[in-house]
Design a protein around this ligand. Sequence first.
Ligand SMILES: C[S@@+](CC[C@H](N)C(=O)[O-])C[C@H]1O[C@@H](n2cnc3c(N)ncnc32)[C@H](O)[C@@H]1O
Length: 188
Amino acid sequence: MKILTGPITGKNQRSISMGNTVELIKKYLQPVYVETGCAMGDGIVKAMEAGAQRCYGIECNPEFVLHCQKKFEGEKNIKILPGKSEKHLLDVIEILNHKRERALIFLDAHKVGPCKLESYPLHIELRQLGMAKTNSHTIMIDDIRLFDGELQIKNRDVLRMIDEINPGYKMVYEDSNTNEKDVLVAYL
Ligand SMILES: C[S@@+](CC[C@H](N)C(=O)[O-])C[C@H]1O[C@@H](n2cnc3c(N)ncnc32)[C@H](O)[C@@H]1O
């Protein structure tokens, strides 16, 4: 495991950011973009703009799902999967395995607002990524400033789990569109 920069802690602890930027996606671009907790589909629009060839969005809020389905109607290269990421991510990983495709996987599924005591599927998502036959996908995790607090997962456990997926991963903290050094990127 190689950590290239440190996270900023103690800053902007309250707000939940709305993630990714076109520049960040471009920097780590892969042919396929996967976003868990894709909400209104903004990240998917940015991924297409950045040059992704296909996108999968997973979202459990039915209103957001409906919004995305309308927004991306007729777009053959964009698939919105309604339901929890715990249910769909493994299937998406299987498809990527089958097609031998590499993806940029943006993990952003969690409750919006005060998240204490709500479930946070990141540890399940990381375990599922570890089951992939090719452990070479680029992983991005948003809102890392909220680890060890509002989001109930420990930063060191996340780093360990990523290292277990592939010890070759280099890790770096990048800026999101709202917070400095708030996106953990693991890449090869
Ligand atoms: C912070 S928002 C995501 C923002 C979005 N990624 C963006 O950048 O625009 C978190 C989203 O995760 C969704 N969510 C929460 N738990 C989930 C789960 N287990 N599986 C899938 N989506 C989930 C919420 O409904 C919400 O839309």
